[in-house]
Design a protein around this ligand. Structure first.
Ligand code: GLU
Length: 317
């Protein structure tokens, strides 16, 4: 559908468990950034991994967001012209994009097993991901056909030897040479599941998203996504990455952190208490007093949000 004029932001959580404080901060920031400018909020459920993201988790997540007072204009329960809003129901769109990239001659099958990927001598990135050594890039068509008789392949995108740079709205300039820092990346896994990188680009473009707000753990995904936008000829949104929330002991928050999950929080605290404390940690609530999302609109600005990871003090929640 044609989208003109207003800012369009989105929540794009993966419902693989109950949402935690990091997911809530993400939705709060995305919501405030868009609502402050009178824009529209979209909720898209990133449930590509249907085994890990059963529908009941998505339903719980939608209910939790409503409880928090973070509403959306387009998405599950709200309608909108760009649905379905569940990635598990959008695979035809990802397939079409994959075919387009295949027609450009940029896609090849990869038969490497997980063990082979780790054993390959390519260096590891700082975030622990393996840089793909390009093993299957060199297979001839005949060799690939032979292997495909035994094993269904994953599909990878051939990346250029080129630096991709962009200016993040919060973190400043970020650059990466995909060939060196990432390698040819996955578009579809061997079990047929489309990769996050492809799905997120196809969906943000199809839904007319103009502003992507998400955690700094995805900063290093952005050059891959920028390459896909370019190859697919799609309009590029602006990107705003915010610092990660860390547990009191300094570890990354995960859905396994029971204390940070809404299942335990909702029994103990009100929505405005959750939001007020998060906003305090993120620099735009002067104290940890309860605040509704609506009330935070007047105090929020990106300049107040720190750029370093934020550790949650013990006992705050
Ligand atoms: N679904 C991703 C997550 O839950 C977010 C993707 C994005 O914002 O681009 O971490």
């Amino acid at each position: 559908m044609e989208h003109t004029g207003t800012v369009r932001g989105r929540f794009a959580p993966s419902p693989s468990g109950r949402i935690h404080l990091g997911n809530i901060l993400c939705c709060l920031l995305a919501w405030l950034s868009v609502r402050q400018r009178g824009g529209r909020v979209i909720l898209r459920v990133e449930d590509l991994d249907t085994a890990r993201c059963p529908r009941r988790y998505a339903a719980q997540m939608e209910e939790d967001l409503r409880w928090l007072g973070l509403d959306w204009d387009e998405g599950p329960g709200a309608g909108g012209a760009d649905g379905p809003y569940y990635q598990s129901r959008r695979t035809a769109l990802y397939q079409a994009a994959l075919e387009r990239l295949t027609d450009l001659g940029l896609v090849y099958p990869c038969f490497c097993t997980r063990a082979e990927l780790h054993a390959a001598s390519a260096p590891h990135r700082e975030d622990g991901q393996v840089v793909y050594a390009g093993t299957c890039r060199r297979l001839t068509a005949a060799e690939a056909a032979e292997r495909a008789r035994l094993r269904s392949p994953a599909l990878r995108l051939r990346v250029p030897e080129e630096e991709i740079a962009f200016t993040d709205g919060h973190m400043g300039v970020y650059r990466e040479n995909l060939a060196r820092d990432c390698g040819d990346f996955l578009l579809r896994r061997s079990d047929g599941m489309f990769a996050y990188q492809l799905a997120v680009v196809v969906d943000d473009a199809a839904m007319g998203v103009t502003e992507v707000v998400r955690g700094a753990d995805l900063l290093s995904s952005t050059p891959r996504q920028l390459l896909l936008y370019r190859l697919l000829g799609l309009p590029v949104p602006s990107f705003i990455h915010f610092p990660l929330l860390l547990a009191p002991d300094g570890r990354r928050l995960s859905k396994r952190d029971a204390d940070a999950g809404l299942d335990s929080l909702r029994d103990r605290v009100a929505a405005a208490e959750v939001l007020g404390r998060l906003a305090y940690l993120a620099g735009f609530n002067p104290s940890a007093e309860p605040r509704t999302a609506e009330a935070l609109l007047e105090d929020f600005s990106w300049e107040k949000v720190p750029r370093e990871d934020i550790r949650i003090p013990a006992g705050l929640f």
